[in-house]
Ligand binder design. Structure first.
Ligand SMILES: [Zn+2]
Length: 144
């Protein structure tokens, strides 16, 4: 993948929060003083998981990763391929309303034997779909 891809973000002038573009005011402080910006598309994998019973409309298994890009922007991204190792650097691409980990970008950063995913999806004996949709899990922790 090319290393010069970028992702659009929004910077809040009031609380200095950084987040992905979305309609409405700053999710942290409610300010409407928002400036559009962008960060490199490279991000570090903080967590990754595989859902066997994803929300309606998603194929199973459904793999997700929480990644952190520049300026502490956290992104919930769909993983189309194998789960990337924690701490690896992946390239995130925007695809419509989704963010997607570029195929092979995590594998390329990994070295040595394939690592097993350190975070396992909790067992769900009922097989019931998760009540939370994939877009409601975006990290909302304040930036540094
Ligand atoms: Zn704000």
């Amino acid at each position: 993948m090319t290393g010069d891809a970028s992702l659009a973000i929004v910077r809040c002038e009031h609380c200095h929060g950084r987040f992905l573009p979305h309609p409405g005011p700053c999710p942290r402080c409610g300010s409407t003083e928002l400036l559009a910006g962008e960060i490199p598309a490279n991000a570090v994998v903080l967590a990754a998981t595989e859902l066997q019973a994803p929300a309606a409309g998603w194929p199973a298994p459904h793999r997700l990763a929480i990644v952190e890009g520049a300026e502490s922007v956290r992104i919930l991204a769909v993983v189309p391929g194998p789960l990337p190792p924690l701490g690896s650097v992946v390239v995130v691409q925007r695809s419509g309303d989704l963010y997607v980990v570029a195929p092979d970008s995590g594998a390329a950063a990994a070295s040595g034997p394939a690592a097993t995913p350190p975070i396992e999806a909790p067992a769900d004996p009922t097989g019931a779909p998760s009540p939370r949709g994939p877009r409601e899990k975006r990290a909302r922790r304040p930036a540094k």
